[in-house]
Design a protein around this ligand. Structure first.
Ligand SMILES: [Zn+2]
Length: 459
């Protein structure tokens, strides 16, 4: 059975839609730009969540849940750039026909509601650092109808963490520590290479002193921003009055960091590793690492379980070939079935089939899972590394941009107007991340360069 008809190389966007539809990761709902997350997608998200929990808890993060409604007056305290953000925010002002006593916004991000509580909880230095982790959904209403499921949407699931510190140094360390957890998640768990850098000022989280981001290059040479880590300085602690009594007995505003990663990373995962048969899921994040087709060798299943390999036994009444096609489309790293010579293992990344005997089956599965994880990262890294070009002049920049071949590294003056002109002139190449530069001239306007920037069209 063929589930995905369009080839990835021929029409990438159509291919992506067919994969999402066939695998039922999500589907569109009756609400504009909001999707229904199906079980398999949520199983992938659960894997990501447990990875994050294992890394965040040793840093002192604890899980909380705050209300989805935020008093509008709290939200307005949030930032001097409040208006920029407000156009995407849904406001609740009525119940039935009656006006509410006060207006609320539906959580587009949780700083305001969390920091109102933190201001009550933090009294002295002994309460710090205070580290909060939350999994929830957020709503950001786009003016257009988002049509790339998981990549863009009016509501999405995310992890957000917020930490409050008594020193600038410690807060900045946490910005880097959580960013490093995200990097490790991408590279070693999702087999997804990333570039890391600062967001230019016009792309920063409103109210942040600086924002660091992870970006990954997709096979259609567009970049996806999958996670961010922000240093907030004392901007929010001053707005929300988060103070502590310091060692010299004086009240001091706290230093803060916040971080987030969304379910769009699952869309990026599908895009990056998927092929013309459907999803290809790296073993560490796969809901089922092995799917056994028509298999009732209880001793083997027991041993697989004891070796902590996640598995599923498909004993449905469908023909074997149909089951193999289905689990291939779902991206199961290994499909195992009995064959005339022993047991056949089909690895999803290469579609290679090997026959192994019963005594070595579990060992061979473990070996293959490690090899698939490594192979997917190696392939993705090769693609990533071979699509980073440097442009020393505007002529070179335009030439690379017109070929649409990935990330372009170039010097930039730091001017927002200049960045806008680059984007307009050069096939929507926008600045993804920047790092400070000491010498050289802007690739576009030839003014003194402030940054070494990485450009790409983006989702
Ligand atoms: Zn410039």
């Amino acid at each position: 059975m063929i589930y995905v008809k369009t080839s990835k190389e021929e029409d990438f966007v159509k291919w992506y839609h067919e994969v999402i539809e066939a695998t039922k990761l999500v589907d569109f709902s009756a609400v504009k730009g909001c999707v229904v997350y199906h079980e398999y997608c949520l199983m992938i998200w659960s894997r990501i969540k447990s990875y994050l929990d294992n890394k965040l808890m040793p840093l002192g993060f604890q899980e909380y849940y705050f209300p989805a409604l935020i008093p509008l007056k709290s939200f307005k305290k949030q930032t001097k750039h409040f208006e920029d953000f407000f156009k995407e925010v849904l406001v609740v002002s009525k119940t039935g026909h009656s006006r509410l006593e006060e207006e609320y916004v539906i959580r587009p991000t949780s700083e305001a509601i969390i920091y109102e509580s933190i201001a009550k909880w933090v009294k002295g230095e002994k309460h710090l650092p205070l580290c909060i982790n939350q999994y929830c959904s957020v709503m950001r209403w786009e003016s257009f109808k988002p049509n790339m499921p998981l990549l863009r949407g009016n509501e999405f699931l995310w992890q957000e963490s917020h930490s409050v510190h008594s020193t600038k140094k410690e807060a900045e360390e946490y910005v880097k520590k959580v960013l490093d957890i995200y990097r490790d998640l991408h590279e070693n768990f999702l087999a997804m290479p990333v570039i890391i850098g600062f967001k230019p000022e016009h792309r920063m989280f409103p109210g942040a002193e600086y924002t660091l981001a992870l970006e990954s290059l997709m096979p259609d040479f567009k970049s996806v921003q999958t996670a961010t880590s922000h240093y907030l300085g004392q901007n929010f602690s001053k707005a929300f009055s988060i103070k502590f009594r310091n060692k010299s007995g004086k009240d001091e505003f706290a230093y803060q960091a916040c971080n987030g990663i969304t379910t769009r990373v699952i869309g990026a995962l599908a895009m990056l590793h998927g092929d013309n048969k459907g999803l290809v899921i790296p073993p560490r994040v796969a809901p089922y690492q092995v799917v056994f087709v028509d298999f009732n060798e209880k001793d083997i299943l027991e041993s697989v379980k004891n070796n902590k390999i996640r598995f599923f036994v498909d004993d449905s009444k469908k023909p074997v070939k149909e089951k193999i096609d289905y689990w291939t489309m779902m991206g199961a790293p290994i499909i195992a079935a009995k064959d005339s010579k022993g047991f056949a293992l089909i690895r999803r990344d290469t579609l290679e089939k090997t026959t192994v005997n019963k005594s070595s089956l579990v060992k061979e599965i473990q070996k293959a899972l490690n090899s698939i994880q490594d192979n997917l990262y190696r392939k993705a890294k090769e693609f990533h590394s071979s699509h980073i070009s440097k442009a020393g002049s505007w002529q070179e920049f335009e030439k690379i941009a017109s070929g649409r071949k990935g990330f372009i590294g170039a010097l930039w003056c730091g001017g927002t107007g200049c960045a806008r002109q680059i984007r307009e002139k050069a096939s929507k190449n926008s600045i993804r991340v920047v790092n400070p530069a000491k010498t050289g001239k802007c690739v576009h306007c030839c003014k003194k360069a402030a940054y070494s920037a990485v450009f790409a069209p983006a989702y």
